[in-house]
Design a protein around this ligand. Structure first.
Ligand code: LRH
Ligand code: MN
Ligand code: MN
Length: 406
């Protein structure tokens, strides 16, 4: 790290009226959760490529996640997906994580990989299958109790492929019934995050297709239910940051799944396609964190930031580090927006000045800032370089090929 580069940066920000100490404190307390499934083998419907060194079980997935935390300092929890991460003893998994300096984060039920769910899980017209699916949701609450997790994160593959295939309104009721049972089983400290996606694997309708449907469910359920925005789950051209602002104002934004999309679903490294979108999402978060309404501020401060990526052709651990660093970089840039300047331009109805005040922060090089923050946090200034120098990639080769899928 060059001291000179940081001194120049510091001077520049002082001139802009930015309190760098506050920015550094925010960067140090920022956390982003990584997903267990991002460390396993994954692919498309065409092929799952097997990579050497991929974790063979949930314990090894947590070991890899702990490496990402060790090098970045901002990923202290790992989301699990059940039954992908099914183990006999969840207490043991929790202990294992704790020994490695991380914890188990969001518990994600999996209701899309069982033959019984061909026509849906909680929205299936067969009451026995709905029961089975709801029981799995309840099982995930029990797992969360043991692992000390306070988030149940839901994504449903439920939907239909053809007009007339099923009764859309009935399915809506069945969804609410299952979520109500889950809601009632949660302890008061737990939150339910409801994710939406407009297509795939269903290609005609998805039971929770957009933020409005997720929002409606969350509103009907109560305060402990909120919406999760997966950045990859929107139609091209959707203004995701508008959705973020709207949900924040309704106190119904609970979390994010970060990834980026070029054509359809998620799964590319977050920030790889449109870092400006990520920056603008953070702008909305930071703006809401300064809202006059205390509840809006609290909502913005209580967001579960998570990565949701399955790396098909990339080596898993560095791909995750890249993702985490991209998120951190855009957050750092957004923290440098002069919000007062934006507000003044808004009051003056000066469109160009307002747009400029936002964009100028995106155009800053935050490398010296992040290097100093990392140094002060006691993590490598260049986590990616440190990973390649650590020898961990070679060490895990002894696991061989044919590890866990997702
Ligand atoms: C499917 C999906 C969804 C879930 C994840 C586990 O689209 O990517 O985003 O959160 O699988
Ligand atoms: Mn997701
Ligand atoms: Mn997805």
């Amino acid at each position: 790290m060059s001291d000179k580069a940081y001194r120049v940066f510091e001077e520049q920000q002082k001139e802009r009226g930015i309190d760098l100490e506050k920015v550094k404190a925010k960067l140090k307390s920022f956390k982003v959760e990584t997903p267990s499934w991002g460390y396993g083998d994954s692919g498309t419907r065409f092929k799952v490529f097997k990579q050497a060194g991929v974790p063979r079980n949930p314990f090894e997935k947590i070991e890899d996640a702990a490496q990402v935390h060790r090098l970045t300092g901002i990923c202290p929890s790992v989301a699990v997906h059940i039954p992908w991460d099914k183990v006999d003893d969840y207490e043991k998994l929790k202990q294992h994580a704790a020994q490695l300096g991380v914890s188990i984060g969001a518990v994600n039920p999996n209701l899309f990989q069982d033959d019984d769910y061909m026509f849906g899980s909680v929205c299936n017209s067969d009451p026995n299958i709905r029961r089975k699916a709801t029981d799995h949701l309840l099982e995930c609450v029990e797992i969360a109790k043991v692992t000390g997790s306070d988030l149940i994160s839901l994504w449903f593959a439920d939907g239909t492929n053809y007009p007339g295939q099923a009764d859309i309104r009935k399915r809506k009721h069945w969804m609410l019934e299952a979520l109500t049972e889950l809601y009632q089983a949660m302890t008061p400290d737990m939150r339910m995050l409801i994710e939406y996606k407009f297509f795939e694997p269903a290609f005609y309708h998805t039971d929770l297709a957009d933020w409005g449907m997720a929002f409606n469910m969350a509103t009907k359920l109560g305060e402990q239910a909120q919406v999760l925005v997966d950045t990859g789950h929107h139609a091209p051209g959707t203004n995701v940051e508008h959705i973020v602002a709207y949900l924040l104002d309704e106190k119904k934004l609970g979390g994010f799944h970060f990834n980026s999309r070029k054509y359809a679903d998620d799964d590319l490294i977050v920030g790889a396609m449109n870092p400006y979108e990520l920056f603008l999402i953070f702008y909305q978060m930071i703006d809401a964190a300064a809202d006059p309404d205390r509840e809006v501020r609290q909502t913005a401060e209580n967001i579960a930031y998570m990565i949701d990526q399955s790396h098909c052709i990339e080596p898993k651990i560095p791909a995750m580090i890249r993702s985490v660093l991209n998120v951190q970089t855009q957050y750092a840039k957004a923290l440098l927006i002069d919000l007062e300047k934006v507000r003044k331009a808004q009051r003056d109805q000066d469109v160009l000045a307002a747009e400029h005040a936002v964009r100028e922060a995106f155009e800053l090089d935050v490398t010296p800032l992040l290097q100093v923050v990392r140094e002060e946090m006691g993590v490598p200034v260049d986590p990616m370089k440190a990973y390649f120098a650590s020898g961990y990639a070679d060490q895990i080769l002894s696991r061989g090929k044919g590890g866990a899928s997702w």
